[in-house]
Design a binder for this molecule. Structure first.
Ligand code: ADP
Ligand code: MG
Ligand code: MG
Ligand code: MG
Ligand code: MG
Length: 442
């Protein structure tokens, strides 16, 4: 439903909203809030509220720091866990420069640009994310641990599973905030969960992913647990991914579906796969943006390692689920929930559109278990590797013009600077593994 500023004003009045949080994310997808009272709502809706952009990582330097927030009325939502009396609502905002132009470092703007390019070609991107997360115990000082709920349950005498209770509460809360929950279940690892909601257009989904993470963390906390979207919190068990199911609509129809074609997949679907595969290495820097992301992308846990596609099995980067008609989609399996969803969707979409524009055909699908193939067999099938570290992914990003253009030079530059520092800090550390491996040996 499309809401206007007037709708927001009357909703705020009818629901007794007292406080409003104006939200946006920095280039790493970290949610930022500027809190206002309802008396300032008019001013906010008119885009007159300012904040200091230099305080936000990846934004601007001090000397150019005034930024304006323009709330998107469609994102109005009340926080159901806050009191009815003096209710709290939020609005997600676009960010503008003082001269009235959109701010190039705003991730939402980066996605808007990609979405606009798709629209020019007649396409709307639909996305269904599957975000996984862990619920961990906190210690006596309230600090998060990596002790899982399930395993703790062994020592715990409480008859109910705290984790399942928390998840039920999350689903109810998300439902009240306008999410259409399709499924929620325990995942393969102890303490790991997944909540799936119905697909929608790319911008709506990026907003929803940001909201989702915030709600899951908040509700977990209220249950005395810590929810984490860190990709691989525990060695030896599955990490958390965020598969991105993607399709394109054209004239109200699913452009990936062609009843007469091989596998009933249209040329558009094939080119989209071709584009995603061509840019997969550079895209990883955005969809898997942390040092820890690459601890998940290893064999043995259903996370992808190889750049291949299949309709049958779950080992490759891209899977085409069996459903056809309006549900025809491709599932990109590499992304993890530490990514900035605005940027992740922007670079995915731009890669797919590049495939369409240049009619990039993917290699043939691979229906074998890729992990069991020899390196020679993989070479023969044209199956490459995803980057194995953040450093490698950044190198790939820096030589992929399409992905760089999708980000825009501002975001690309700031992202690169920050990730180089992150990689340097990590690679110069002496890790516990090294101590254990070498201290007594040498
Ligand atoms: P999996 O089989 O990989 O576990 P799920 O059932 O958990 O898949 O999630 C599938 C996701 O795909 C849901 O978010 C769903 O809404 C979404 N989806 C369904 N149809 C489409 C489509 N046409 N385009 C994009 N996403 C879609
Ligand atoms: Mg799933
Ligand atoms: Mg499922
Ligand atoms: Mg899953
Ligand atoms: Mg999936």
């Amino acid at each position: 439903a499309q809401l206007s500023n007037d709708d927001v004003r009357s909703l705020a009045r009818d629901l007794g909203v007292k406080f409003i949080r104006l939200q946006f994310t920095d280039i790493f997808g970290v949610l930022k809030n500027v809190s206002i009272t309802v008396e300032q709502l008019d001013k906010a809706l008119d885009g007159e509220l300012m904040f200091d952009g230099s305080s936000i990582e990846g934004f601007v330097r001090i000397e150019e720091s005034d930024m304006y927030l323009r709330p998107d009325p469609n994102t109005f939502a009340v926080f159901p866990w806050r009191p009815r009396d003096g209710a709290v609502a939020r609005l997600i905002c676009d960010i503008y420069n003082p001269d009235g132009t959109p701010f190039a470092g705003d991730p939402r703007f980066v996605l808007r640009k990609a979405v606009a390019e798709a629209a020019e070609m007649g396409y709307t991107m639909n996305v269904g994310p599957e975000a996984e997360f862990f619920l961990f115990h906190v210690d006596n000082d309230g600090r998060p641990t990596t002790i899982t709920q399930d395993r703790a349950g062994y020592f715990d005498l409480t008859p109910v599973d705290l984790g399942e209770n928390a998840r039920r509460d999350m689903v109810l809360t998300l439902d009240q905030m306008g999410f259409e929950i399709e499924a929620s279940h325990h995942e393969v690892a102890p303490g790991q969960h997944e909540i799936d909601f119905k697909y929608s257009d790319a911008l709506d989904i990026a907003d929803k992913v940001v909201t989702f993470k915030f709600v899951v963390r908040t509700i977990a906390q209220r249950h005395g647990l810590h929810a984490t979207f860190m990709p691989k919190p525990v060695f030896g068990i599955a990490g958390s991914g965020m598969h991105l199911n993607q399709s394109l609509m054209k004239n109200g129809e699913n452009a990936f579906f062609d009843p007469g074609a091989d596998m009933q997949l249209s040329d558009i679907a094939m080119y989209y796969i071709g584009g995603l595969m061509k840019h997969a290495k550079a895209v990883s820097a955005i969809t898997n943006p942390t040092v820890n992301s690459y601890k998940r992308l290893v064999s043995g846990y259903e996370a992808p390692v190889y750049i291949a596609w299949s309709s049958r099995n779950r080992s490759p980067l891209i899977r085409v689920p069996a459903k056809r008609g309006m549900s025809t989609r491709i599932e990109l399996r590499s992304p993890d929930p530490s990514c900035n969803p605005y940027l992740a969707l922007a670079v995915s979409l731009k890669s797919g559109l590049d495939g369409i524009k240049n009619q990039i055909r993917p290699p043939r699908s691979c229906d074998r278990n890729i992990y069991e193939m020899t390196p020679e067999e993989r070479d023969a099938e044209g199956i490459g590797n995803l980057p194995t570290s953040l450093e490698e992914a950044m190198r790939e990003l820096n030589r992929d013009e399409v992905v760089k253009e999708a980000l825009g030079s501002h975001v690309h530059r700031r992202f690169t600077e920050a990730k180089e520092i992150e990689w340097h800090r990590y690679s110069t550390q002496v890790h516990p593994w090294e101590i254990e491996e070498y201290l007594s040996k040498y």
